[in-house]
Design a binder for this molecule. Structure first.
Ligand code: ZN
Length: 409
């Protein structure tokens, strides 16, 4: 692979895969169709009651999964931090380039009241910097979700109810990123961003080096559609937001105000909105209506994401003796070995630990809670070797030694 490979060349025009993923899931999955219908109904209900408006600041825990085929793609912690900082300006309407919004649109600007932070604990409650690193032999990923599974060269999602999963990798064919709307499978929930469109330093490359691809994709993740309504270039599509002007198709580059389509003059398209397709420097705002829609999502489908965060995190298997097993000493930690975790494509997570009695004990996360119970374990007897795992929290994910990285071709 070289930088001249057209499949991994730098994007010159924004291209997002979220709607393709949305349509694929609508086609494939009845449960997604049902969930989407329920979420839209719930959105209308929450927006109309205005109950969500009093929420105040919500803090969203983020895990960034860096999946790298080359050393360059193994982006720095600083590049990741630069992206978090962009999000914390854009979702507070605190970005300096907000000043470029034409005066006629100034009243539309909304503050989403969101703050993002790298998770400080992994799914088992261990200290973490909120970053996982995985070496892959996949030269470039597409919107088919391969980056989200170990068996296809990617990295496993952390429980999507409690973390915003962001995968950063090389995407192919100029794709900048894609997101999964709320209501989809937990194992693939989150956003994927090509490394050259992520953050503001390191490998971030113009004209997508201001971190706006991630802002845009998190907009989808919080249930926003593209501002033109995703009907090609017609004037009938809707983004389900009342205060965004009707607009024909997507705008690219950095348009000149006003840009009139669909008889939306004199002010024209709100092309400086994050949910259009302009260059990073051209998108600077969400509207109040978009904020209301995101807020409804955060009070509905994604409520657990910001309401159930504690230290140590709740719902985690505690390192203590299973029921009926007396700890060997006064400290429960000595009764049990290190947990082993196995994740599966369906989003299920199995945890195995060895008790003081030498038996293996098991509990599992089924997507909504721990089984057999929050604190309970089932005994698998002894001796029973713990299955080896696709993923060990806290030990750096799949081996990512620099020698492996440089040897990859
Ligand atoms: Zn998009």
């Amino acid at each position: 692979m070289t930088s001249n490979d057209p499949s991994v060349g730098l994007p010159t025009r924004r291209k997002c895969g979220a709607m393709e993923v949305h349509r694929r899931l609508l086609t494939e999955s009845e449960s997604y169709r049902i969930a989407r219908s329920e979420i839209e109904n719930q959105t209308i209900e929450l927006e109309s009651t205005g109950a969500a408006a009093a929420r105040g600041l919500a803090r969203i825990p983020v895990v960034v999964h860096v999946v790298a085929h080359t050393q360059e793609q193994n982006i720095s912690d600083a590049q990741i931090q630069s992206q978090i900082e962009v999000l914390n300006r854009d979702f507070r309407a605190a970005n300096a380039d907000m000043s470029t919004v034409p005066a006629v649109f100034a009243d539309l600007v909304g503050d989403a009241q969101l703050e993002f932070f790298l998770a400080t604990a992994d799914p088992l409650g261990r200290p973490s910097n909120g970053i996982t690193r995985t070496s892959t032999n996949v030269a470039a990923f597409d919107q088919g979700d391969g980056v989200k599974f170990v068996e296809s060269g990617g990295a496993t999602a952390w429980p999507a109810e409690r973390y915003l999963n962001i995968w950063v990798c090389q995407l192919s064919d100029g794709l900048l990123g894609y997101a999964q709307f709320p209501g989809g499978p937990v194992a693939t929930d989150g956003v994927v961003i090509t490394h050259t469109g992520f953050g503001t330093v390191g490998t971030a490359a113009a004209p997508f080096d201001l971190g706006r691809t991630t802002t845009h994709e998190i907009g989808h993740y919080l249930n926003l559609f593209h501002i033109w309504g995703d009907d090609g270039t017609g004037c009938r599509g809707s983004d389900e937001v009342d205060d965004t002007p009707n607009q024909a198709g997507s705008n690219g580059g950095i348009p000149t105000f006003p840009r009139v389509t669909c008889n939306n003059g004199p002010n024209g398209d709100l092309f400086m909105d994050y949910m259009d397709y302009t260059d990073d420097a051209g998108m600077v705002m969400f509207t109040k209506g978009q904020v209301a829609r995101m807020t409804a999502c955060l009070d509905g489908a994604r409520r657990q994401l910001w309401t159930e965060r504690h230290e140590p995190e709740p719902g985690l298997p505690r390192v203590e003796a299973p029921a009926g097993q007396a700890p060997a000493t006064g400290t429960s930690a000595s009764a049990i070995g290190q947990p082993t975790v196995v994740t599966s494509r369906s989003g299920r997570m199995d945890v195995f630990v060895t008790g003081a009695d030498g038996a293996v004990h098991h509990k599992w996360w089924d997507g909504s809670g721990w089984r057999p119970s929050q604190d309970g374990w089932e005994s698998l007897g002894r001796p029973e070797p713990a299955p080896r795992t696709a993923w060990h929290p806290g030990d750096g994910e799949v081996a990512a030694a620099p020698s492996d990285m440089s040897a990859a071709t």
